[in-house]
Design a protein around this ligand. Structure first.
Ligand SMILES: Nc1nc2[nH]c(SCC(=O)O)nc2c(=O)[nH]1
Length: 281
């Protein structure tokens, strides 16, 4: 399995690491916009050195309870960082946004993957993804970040998420997004209880029938720190366990904060999985 953009092709035959690069004001402890941008470029460089294949740049926090960010503010945060990284590396850069204008500005600046936690449901997003012809990750979310954790409720979380992704795939195809550009994501922590999150991890293999790459993002999320009764900054072990489990269950892209440790874990997973007996051997 692979994704392509213009002359770049990324093989997904082994799981790859997507490094998280938040460029929201609360991401870096201090300093003005320029200092934040230079810190962001340095962090991207470090994540690439540590084994990240994709750098996921986000200018809007989508944590539970997060406030909305104005479109131009989001563009002003992410575009300079994308340009600076692109000047230094031909790595894969994804833009973590739901806004069509931010998608367009980011790809124009050098991003080559759209990562949309709202699965292209915002105005103009489907058209933008079709026009830009870049791979796009569509993720399941129940509700909106501000309220999604109030009372998550499903008939059957696995089937409900699968049905949602089916509907969004159809919407993408109808809008002119080509199927081989679609990546799926169950959306851990986005309108799910602890049990829902672990059902989606335990039964992640149910998502392979689409024949599309799966992206999994559990790094430092409440499904880990609440289960372990720790803080988000103290769950490296739990995050590595979730990344490893997702990769063993076939997720091709693992979105994390702790790149070096995850890259090592995924190398071990890849070595193990290549020794799997082919069916019938
Ligand atoms: N595709 C994808 N994009 C994401 N962006 C965030 S932001 C919240 C956080 O990192 O805690 N989570 C995810 C995720 O799970 N999947």
């Amino acid at each position: 399995m692979e994704i392509t953009h213009q002359n770049k092709t990324l093989s997904l035959d082994s799981p790859v690491v997507m490094g998280i690069l938040n460029v929201t004001p609360d991401s870096f402890s201090d300093g003005g916009l320029f200092q934040q941008q230079s810190k962001a470029v340095e962090r991207a460089r470090q994540m690439l050195a540590d084994g990240a294949t994709i750098i996921d740049i986000g200018g809007e926090s989508t944590r539970p309870g997060a406030a909305d960010v104005a479109e131009q503010d989001e563009i002003n945060r992410v575009v300079p960082v994308i340009k600076a990284i692109r000047e230094r590396s031909d790595c894969w850069i994804s833009i973590d946004t739901s806004k069509a204008a931010v998608m367009r500005a980011a790809v124009e600046a050098g991003a080559n993957l759209i990562n949309d936690v709202r699965a292209l449901r915002e105005p103009g997003a489907l058209t933008a993804a079709a026009d830009l012809q870049v791979p796009v990750c569509i993720m399941h979310m129940q509700g909106q970040p501000r309220t999604m954790q109030a009372a998550p409720d499903y008939t059957d979380v696995i089937q409900d998420v699968i049905q949602f992704l089916n509907q969004r795939i159809d919407a993408c195809l109808d809008a002119g997004v080509i199927r081989q550009n679609i990546i799926l994501d169950p959306g851990y922590g986005f309108g799910k209880t602890l049990a829902h999150n672990y059902q989606l991890l335990a039964q992640l293999d149910h998502f392979h029938h689409f024949g599309l790459p799966i992206l999994a993002g559990m790094s430092r999320k409440s499904m880990i720190y609440k289960a372990l009764d720790k803080t988000p900054h103290d769950v490296l072990g739990g995050s590595i366990a979730c990344a490893t489990l997702a990769a063993v269950k076939g997720a091709q892209i693992i979105r994390v904060h702790d790149v070096k440790e995850t890259a090592d874990a995924l190398k071990v997973v890849a070595l193990t999985m290549q020794e799997n007996e082919a069916p019938g051997e």
